[in-house]
Design a binder for this molecule. Sequence first.
Ligand SMILES: [Zn+2]
Ligand SMILES: [Zn+2]
Length: 447
Amino acid sequence: MKKTALMFFPAFDWSLGSTHPEREERLLYTQEQLFEEGVMDLPQIVQLNPIVAPLKAVCRTQAIFPSSEEQDLEAHRIAAGSALVMGDAWARQEIHNGFALVRPPGHHAGAVVWGNRGFCTLNNEAILINHLRSQYGYRKIAVVDTDVHHGDGTQNIFWHDPNVLFISLHQDGRTLYPGSGFVDELGGVNAWGQTLNIPMPPGTGDDGYLYMLEHWVLPKLQEFQPDVVINSAGQDNHYSDPLARMNVSARGYGQITELVRPDIAVLEGGYSIETALPYVNLAILLALAGEDYSQVQEPSNRRHTDVSLKDFKQYYQDLRAKQESQRVTWDKERVKHLLNQEWAHEDYSVYYDTEGFQETRQEYVRPCAYCGGTVVIMSKVRLHSDVCVLVRIPFLACETCRRTGLDVWQSLSERSQESHRYGSILLQNQADDDIRLWKRYEGVTKF
Ligand SMILES: [Zn+2]
Ligand SMILES: [Zn+2]
């Protein structure tokens, strides 16, 4: 029998405040609902237990600056560890699919982390994906992010990665946090077209959502032929969600799950704790387990005006036309020199809304026809004068990019030894699974 795994990590001792939407009891009602409905007694359901994600798994994917000891990561590491346990069970074929019902969420946490943003610190799905690649050799992975907010952190982590297809469907960024996720965001110079953003108008209901999936998302997945499909399963498209203005029902979520057919779903947002989450999570779990979810009925009525399917089809046509008119932007990106190499270069900033500070990044990628290209990110936050650096040699790196990455790492850390120019330098050598951190006054730690 095909097993569907379920994992609970409600993090009852972690929150951003008792009245915060991402609070301790978020999963309490879901847990009760699943037990009440007898879902746990279904023969195909197995429950797994979380672990704390090893630091190596975290640092393989994200640079925690100034260092992991200086941030409170415990609950986040267990949420990420839950995804890892599920990934292991899936890779060993012990389960057919699974749903990690965990908090805190993670999809707003990007390649570099100085703190919490959008309730996220560690990116659970991204950490899982790179774990599956490094431990089991999977090559092509797709992420479908169905949270109402743009999965900007996941996009940021895989921006230069041609082997990860990132698809995010969300409420239009002009009307919702984090304000990004437009159709012209299509990926970096070596991974153009491997990011697909589908912003949707507020009020989009089941019909519109499923239309987008069938006409755009599924063909894109089909074309990519991933080894693994991960779903960032946010429930905040539900019509009763207090943070957003979409119009999707619990049954709609069941249908979304049935169409996307994720191997592993990881919970993201969803803040209608009593009237939506228990029902949406139930519908998703039943869909994963191949059970009938058509009877799942939430207790409240729809609140927003639905966008008519006719208007929605026109909206879809316009959006696709707009996306298809985009050209590879790499020649537009400024080219800079770093240690006698030519790099495509971009400056941008990241706002940490939870703590209220800004990070500025200078991001460099080596344009390469053979791999995702070595990436160097120089990062700095205002309250901290140190510049910290991430050097990433990608999975399946070509020999030139691998060498270049090692040279950059060596030369920056040697130079810093004398000049104290950088605070921390993380080497994320994914190609050789060699992760090490150089820290001023402390030297090198190998994870
Ligand atoms: Zn969300
Ligand atoms: Zn290369």
